[in-house]
Design a protein around this ligand. Structure first.
Ligand code: NAD
Length: 308
């Protein structure tokens, strides 16, 4: 496949490694990690993601817990569900599928998840630690961790390299930039107000494209040999497909592939990594709880978040 990174194969490997470790825990302690997935409302895309996550848990032997709340659920009802999972000893990871309906304060809900069960890595204490020198989060967000893992498993050096992240969302762009910074890349973040983006992107050894704009990054923007991790998952009309659409990334794949040293396809690149990392984060959390090695980081800055 030349310079095309096979995200599906890497994700399958991580799932295998996770399943083996879950089996080990089960043999030794007769317990398995548990993940609770909370969904509010009837968004079709969210329902699909939640179904995929629950099925993926089963496949690696993680037990899956669910709460499906109606669109009309109140913030207090959602918080109540989160608190229930916080105190359930069989649940080691809690994920609230985003976006939440508009009348619910997303940050309030994410902040109510126990930091030590925050396998999505969106709790402000985990994000804060990701941004701090000398601190590590208990968990970092799954999609950006998946991007790092693809770079690392493809032997692409991060330290000392110039990385450009296109997009600065809480879920992808910003944590991707923070993770690259932790790995000693020199990081530039581009966003919708960035001027002359192409000259900035052209300096990059590593490009993380996460703007949600189909084929935004052109081949002519790419330094020869650069690595491109394309997070974008954009549906575009395609009457030749049964569904009437196909998915394209934030990079123009054919143009960029001709110049890049390595590139992830869409689909089959970053997409499969997200769930694989979620499973691995849940395993890590389950291991900490089940083996009794859960130590909330001793630092004072975590204390508040560790109290139930
Ligand atoms: P978002 O809409 O929350 O954020 C987009 C970011 O891109 C913003 O910071 C915005 O400033 C920036 N941006 C938008 N247009 C731009 C432009 N023309 N030039 C420069 N910057 C621009 O989106 P998100 O949740 O971060 O998701 C980004 C993309 O990644 C989407 O296509 C989404 O579907 C995809 N995604 C994929 C996965 C996965 O697992 N593969 C997971 C999450 C998101």
């Amino acid at each position: 496949k030349g310079n095309v990174i096979d995200g599906k194969a890497v994700a399958a490997k991580i799932r295998e490694e996770t399943a083996a470790k879950v089996a080990e825990l089960k043999a030794k302690y007769s317990r398995v990690p548990g993940l609770a997935v909370v969904i509010v409302g009837e968004r079709k895309d969210s329902q699909t993601y939640v179904r995929m996550k629950r099925k993926a848990c089963e496949e690696v032997g993680i037990s899956s817990f669910g709460a499906d709340l109606p669109e009309t659920a109140t913030q207090e009802e959602v918080l109540e569900v989160v608190r229930g999972f916080n105190s359930n000893p069989d649940v080691h990871g809690i994920l609230v599928q985003l976006p939440l309906p508009k009348h619910i304060d997303e940050q309030a809900v994410l902040g109510a998840i126990s930091v030590e069960k925050d396998v999505d890595g969106f709790h402000p204490l985990n994000i804060g630690r990701l941004a701090m020198k000398g601190r590590e989060p208990l968990f970092a967000p799954c999609t950006p961790v998946g991007c790092m893992e693809l770079l690392e498993r493809c032997n692409i050096t991060i330290k000392g390299k110039r990385a450009v992240v296109v997009g600065r969302s809480n879920i992808v762009g910003m944590p991707a930039a923070l993770l690259l910074n932790k790995r000693d890349a020199t990081v530039t973040i581009c966003h919708s107000a960035t001027k002359d983006m192409e000259s900035i992107v052209r300096q990059a050894d590593i490009i993380i494209a996460a703007a949600g704009q189909p084929q935004l990054v052109k081949g002519s923007w790419v330094k020869p040999g650069a690595a491109i991790i394309d997070v974008g998952t954009n549906p575009v009309d395609d009457p030749t497909k049964a569904a009437g659409y196909r998915l394209v990334g934030d990079a123009n794949f054919e143009e960029c592939k001709a110049v890049a040293g390595a590139i992830t396809p869409v689909p089959g690149g970053v997409g499969p990594m997200t769930i694989a990392i979620l499973l691995r984060n849940t395993l890590v959390s389950g291991e900490r709880f089940i083996t009794g090695k859960l130590q909330c980081p001793v630092a004072e800055d975590m204390k508040a978040g560790c109290s139930k």
